[in-house]
Design a protein around this ligand. Sequence first.
Ligand code: FES
Length: 150
Amino acid sequence: MKEILEKYERKSDNLLAILHELQDSKDEHYLSREDLKAVSKYLNLPLSMVHGVATFYSMYAFKPRGKYIIRVCQSPPCHLMGATTISKELMKILGIKFGETTKDKLFTLEMSSCLGVCGVAPAIMINNKVYGNLTPEKLKSIIEEKRREK
Ligand code: FES
């Protein structure tokens, strides 16, 4: 954690970037109470303010998540192109609902608004990588690939 903090100047402008990098640096993709305390101390900001900012944004999580965060776009273009089928298929393959993490801690399923790649709808994002033009078959092979990569 120390190395991440020290990459940034002690300015409140860096708060979001620090929180983002801290969260991404962990296999469990979340911010613990200790993380928030350390950031508060480093930036010399009240803990209540760091907590308030972090909880305002949906991109931060406060309980452990899977190694792979799967965000399924639910915005109208993806919806029209089959996001419902993709969502059902993912729940079936992974055996979890939205907001849940698989028992092996490999996958967390989340809903998302537009991922900015409407031209390849329906789309999902796994960590920082986007996958588009999805079909149930394509989805199965992506998940199998991730399971092999673990
Ligand atoms: S609506 Fe799904 S990526 Fe834009």
